[in-house]
Write a protein that binds this ligand. Structure first.
Ligand code: DX5
Ligand code: ZN
Length: 219
């Protein structure tokens, strides 16, 4: 199965967001990764519900919403109404995981659970029957542009070995090299932000993250 590329707009040019969204189409990424930060769960504040509505009204891309907020249960319905296609929240948040998964699913959205680097993979096992995807964070959530934590490759592998059909997303520090590690360990979706937007050839960067063989055909 093809690897899915989800583009994080955290480090995109927000003043020209419509242009950036047009570029994502041209670069052939599969999803738009929308990072929501509340300044409490993580030490940074990004963007929220009004901006998601604006993005939804501009694009029909799959909106992959990553909530780095303290109380996702409280906001799940509002993010769904604003146009999310999938809502991922952190297991380490203060909301009850089962109630939050049920609240997300009742809106018709898909539901994901994210794990911070220090959280063991087993912590998510009790919730997998209600979960469409598990997000393995490969940096501490809060900022784009950090380096991939190499120890996380084994965590991806453990999850994949335990549940071979599970959709595993990896987020943080993904470039062509770390994408290869994550794919090799069993990840099926890769989030990429600064590597994609800062690349001199973002379409090639997206293809390399996906693992496509981009070398010229031998004649
Ligand atoms: C970090 C965010 C990531 C981040 C990815 O808290 O969840 O989605 O924006 O950006 P890069 O690819 O720069 O690590
Ligand atoms: Zn993210």
């Amino acid at each position: 199965m093809n690897t899915i590329v989800s583009a994080s707009i955290l480090n995109a040019d927000i003043c020209h967001l419509a242009d950036e969204l047009d570029k994502l189409r041209a670069w052939q990424v599969d999803m738009l990764h929308f990072d929501v930060m509340d300044g409490i769960f993580v030490p940074n504040i990004s963007f929220g519900i009004p901006m998601l509505s604006a993005v939804r009204s501009y694009t029909d891309m799959f909106l992959d919403v990553h909530l780095m907020i303290t109380d996702p249960l409280r906001y799940a319905e509002a993010f769904a109404e604003a146009g999310a296609d999938r809502i991922t929240f952190h297991l380490e948040s203060s909301s009850d995981p089962r109630a939050t998964l049920e609240a997300i699913r009742s809106t018709g959205c898909k539901a994901g659970i994210a794990l911070k680097p220090a959280t063991p993979p087993e912590a998510v096992f009790p919730y997998l029957s209600l979960t469409d995807m598990v997000l393995v964070m490969t940096v501490e959530p809060g900022f784009g542009g950090q380096s991939y934590l190499p120890d996380m490759t084994d965590k991806i592998r453990q999850l994949h070995r335990a549940f071979p059909d599970l959709c595993i997303q990896v987020d943080g520090g993904i470039n062509e090299k770390t994408a290869s590690l994550a794919r090799g360990a069993g990840a099926s979706e890769l989030v990429t932000g600064s590597y994609l937007f800062q690349s001199p050839d973002p379409a090639l960067a997206a293809a390399l993250v996906r693992g496509e063989n981009t070398s010229p055909q031998a004649v």
